[in-house]
Design a protein around this ligand. Structure first.
Ligand SMILES: Nc1ncnc2c1ncn2[C@@H]1O[C@H](COP(=O)(O)OP(=O)(O)O)[C@@H](O)[C@H]1O
Ligand SMILES: [Mg+2]
Length: 360
């Protein structure tokens, strides 16, 4: 899977841009504020229907425009897919895949598996469990077709259960919902657990290359203690749930534990090392998807050179290119990338005041 053409209209400071991307490494360079991150953000927006920078999607629409338009052509083996997206300021979004209207945005994510590594996204991974859960769920979603519906159902029932708790419902009223909740929660947990196991197998080798001297441990925690059955837990914690007005533990509290020895990774590693750990996690995810479904991810790496020394830039670029996936990297100076590569980038683009130019 690779993106051969990308056209952008009224996205951030980019009024119009047309990129014919290469299937390997695409280098986007330019000064601060030129629009580099915005290009990656536009690709992400096409894949997810939202931004990785702002939860307010209207902020990505150019200040002088009413709507933004994105178009991409994807290539997979000999098959072409055309994706068009229009987002209005009032929140309306229209998506077409090969000319047909799409209702569910999850279809987009299935069509373009995107891996994004930005300074913000990697900080997030060490701040709270939400981003780490999203990381696991990205993989669970792509690797098991049952996951999405099971997770949607789990969340729906949890919402209903919490509503009942706020209304001081009796345990027998809640028990009716719990039966269904347990069934979906167990399904979700099983898929997540299996996913992290498979990921770990690949991750070890990559971490060894990036951080050979550090003993990093990555494990899955399901969101409640490991000894109690979920149905039993729901019964046990009912009085507490009732007093707090929500379900205290469960699959909505699942996490990916990243530890160095006895310490959380963020307390034991430098920023550069944390960045490498995140890159290792994302690369392992992409490799696993390739192994499991023969599907290539698209990598978006914003400001790749920052916080990394020359040796680690080289290692990271080597691992990324070895995945065989299409990669978009940004940098201020092109030499910071080119000098760390063994062969020249597939394509280079220069960005200046929102204008994108292909460099021969
Ligand atoms: N909605 C918007 N409309 C117009 N310009 C915007 C909008 N949002 C952000 N910008 C501007 O777009 C420019 C490009 O930002 P960015 O892509 O982050 O640059 P870079 O990554 O190259 O440093 C910034 O100068 C920013 O102020
Ligand atoms: Mg930027």
């Amino acid at each position: 899977m690779s993106l051969s053409r990308l056209s952008i209209t009224s996205f951030r400071n980019i009024l119009t841009a047309d990129l014919n991307a290469g299937s390997g490494l695409n280098l986007i360079y330019g000064k601060n504020g030129s629009g580099k991150t915005s290009i990656l953000e536009a690709i992400f927006f096409l894949g997810m229907g939202r931004s990785f920078r702002s939860h307010l999607s209207q902020r990505v629409i150019n200040t002088d425009a009413d709507n933004l338009v994105l178009f991409a052509q994807l290539e997979e083996d000999d098959e072409q897919t055309k994706i068009g997206l229009r987002r209005h300021r009032n929140g309306d979004i229209e998506v077409k895949i090969n000319g047909e209207k799409v209702k569910k945005l999850s279809v987009l994510a299935e069509t373009i598996p995107i891996q994004v590594i930005t300074p913000e996204s990697f900080s997030l991974l060490f701040e709270g469990p939400k981003a780490r859960r999203q990381f696991i769920d990205w993989g669970a979603f792509h690797s098991d077709p049952q996951f999405y519906q099971a997770w949607v159902n789990t969340r729906r029932i949890l919402k209903q259960r919490n509503q009942l708790l706020r209304n001081q419902a009796s345990y027998s009223q809640i028990q009716f919902w719990d039966k269904e909740l347990v069934r979906y929660a167990e399904q979700v947990t099983k898929i997540r657990n299996h996913y992290v196991d498979s990921l770990n197998a690949l991750l070890k080798g990559i971490i060894k290359e990036f951080l050979p001297l550090v003993d990093i441990n990555v494990s899955f925690t399901r969101g409640w203690d490991s000894k109690t059955e979920f149905s039993q837990l729901l019964e046990n914690q009912y009085p507490r749930d009732l007093s707090t007005g929500h379900t205290v533990s469960g699959p909505h509290k699942a996490d990916l534990r990243l530890r160095v020895g006895n310490l959380p990774a963020q307390d034991a590693l430098s920023r550069g090392q944390l960045k490498l750990l995140v890159c290792a996690l994302r690369i392992a995810q992409g490799k696993l998807l390739k192994q499991q479904l023969n599907k290539n991810s698209i990598y978006l790496v914003d400001d790749l050179p920052s916080e990394l020394d020359a040796q680690h830039r080289q290692l990271l670029l080597k691992q990324l290119t070895e995945t065989g996936a299409q990669i978009f990297v940004t940098a201020i100076e092109p030499s910071a990338i080119v000098d760390s590569l063994t062969c020249p980038p597939d394509r280079m683009f220069h960005v200046e005041h929102g204008q994108v130019t292909f460099i021969e």
